[in-house]
Design a protein around this ligand. Structure first.
Ligand code: NAD
Ligand code: WQD
Length: 362
């Protein structure tokens, strides 16, 4: 399939490009580089070039270096999206047809704390960006979309492990609200026109990096999320980790989450294309491992696997955090044949491999 990948230069998008190409798909990336660097795409190309011999025959011309088509544009820019569609039309039986089989929609702002401080910017970017994108997709007859949703839509879940039948909950921040509202928008769009195939992937906590150490998570400023903070302590950029609360009702009092290796998550997108090929209409999947690890479990695993000490101090709880969040990922396994392959040790090893080889990111 030829896939339009919005936000493809970002953390999850860049890893997904590798898995798409390895599975024989092609992609065009549209990203405004607000939270990414073009270098990430160069590194994706480098990784794919080095794996050339195992790639699909369309790329196996000896010595040829392929590049991933990339347009630096904002998805709120309708004219830019229209141009991308116009320039990628193809002729089939003498007819001009749309050149994209599906869209994987990663583009969005994602920092929870920042979204509380800048709600308008978050609503405007994430909601309007998706509205413009959906309208252009529809106009060009590309009615297949995989949307990056989040475990955050469950709020404080009333059942653990969380299944897709668990009702959505109250999101505590504007970022989470945009995910929840966009799920509803996409659901309504599909309901109104059953030519649409919509896959909502609810990611749990993506960490790790490509095992090559060439691409990974590259947060700006002080990391909000646990693993990037740990790796920055490990590399000496931060003195110690603050552990946000040790009085939760969990096995050691610290918050429990379902961490998933970003390469497994990337592969879930390739698997989700099957739901589109089968014309499943609307489909919702939890994408996690089904295992819950506490903050201190992650710290200990990181220290053991990488043999690097992570000093930490117990701090007050962080506003909006919940005690425990992990999923039942069986639906994705049953319907898509997708199951996470990497464990917490792999995630710790690959996160550190990326950070120590790229102490200042890209
Ligand atoms: P990321 O910030 O690394 O990637 C998002 C990309 O979108 C960036 O490259 C950014 O430059 C681009 N972008 C943002 N707004 C844009 C716009 N208006 N037009 C064009 N490009 C735009 O984030 P990520 O971690 O790779 O997340 C990808 C998606 O998955 C996001 O939608 C995010 O909300 C969602 N998600 C992420 C996590 C996580 O923990 N990383 C968890 C659940 C869901
Ligand atoms: C994990 C655990 C913290 C940092 C967030 C978003 C969610 C999704 C994934 C996008 C918690 C603790 C963290 C630190 C700590 N993103 N922690 N010290 O909050 O589960 O999920 O990212 O969709 O929407 O909310 O992930 O990595 O921030 O925190 O003790 O410096 O680590 O309290 O228990 P979270 P996280």
């Amino acid at each position: 399939m030829n896939i339009l990948v919005t936000g493809g230069a970002g953390f999850i998008g860049s890893h997904t490009l590798i898995e798409l190409y390895k599975a024989g798909h092609t992609a065009l990336v549209v990203d405004n580089l607000y939270n990414a660097k073009a270098e990430a795409l160069h590194r994706v190309e480098e990784i794919l070039n080095s794996q050339f011999s195992t790639l699909n025959s369309q790329f196996s011309t000896l010595n040829s270096q392929f590049s991933i088509p990339f347009v630096q544009a904002d998805i709120r820019d309708r004219e830019a999206l229209e141009n991308i569609f116009r320039q990628n039309e193809k002729i089939v039986n003498g007819q001009v047809v749309n050149g994209f089989d599906a869209c994987i929609h990663f583009a969005g702002l994602k920092a929870v704390g920042e979204s509380v401080a800048k709600p308008l910017e978050y609503y405007e970017n994430n909601m309007n960006g998706t509205f413009v994108l959906l309208d252009v997709l529809r106009r060009h007859g590309c009615k297949n979309i995989i949307f990056s949703s989040s475990a955050t839509v469950y709020g404080d879940p009333n059942e653990i492990p969380i299944t897709e039948n668990c009702p959505k909950g109250q999101c505590t921040n504007p970022y989470g609200q945009t995910k929840s509202m966009l799920e509803q928008v996409l659901t309504d769009v599909q309901k109104a026109d059953n030519e649409w195939n919509v896959v909502l992937l609810r990611y749990f906590n993506p960490i790790g990096a490509h095992p090559s150490g060439r691409i990974g998570e590259n947060p700006n400023g002080i990391p909000n999320n646990l693993m990037p903070y740990i790796t920055q302590v490990a590399v000496g950029k931060r003195e110690k980790l603050g552990v946000f609360g040790n009085d939760y009702p969990t096995h050691d009092g610290t918050g429990v989450r379902d961490y998933i290796h970003v390469v497994d998550l990337a592969r879930a997108h390739v698997a989700a294309l099957q739901a589109i090929e089968r014309k499943q209409g609307l489909a919702v999947y939890n994408i996690g491992t089904g295992h819950g690890y506490s903050v201190l479990d992650v710290v200990k695993a990181f220290e053991r696997v990488n043999k690097v000490p992570i000093p930490y101090a117990i701090m007050p709880r962080r506003a909006g955090d919940i005690a425990t969040c992990y999923c039942n990922p069986k639906k994705a396994e049953l319907e898509l044949g997708w199951k996470a392959q990497f464990d917490l040790d792999d995630m710790c090893r690959d996160s550190w491999n990326w950070q120590r080889n790229n102490p200042n990111g890209y």
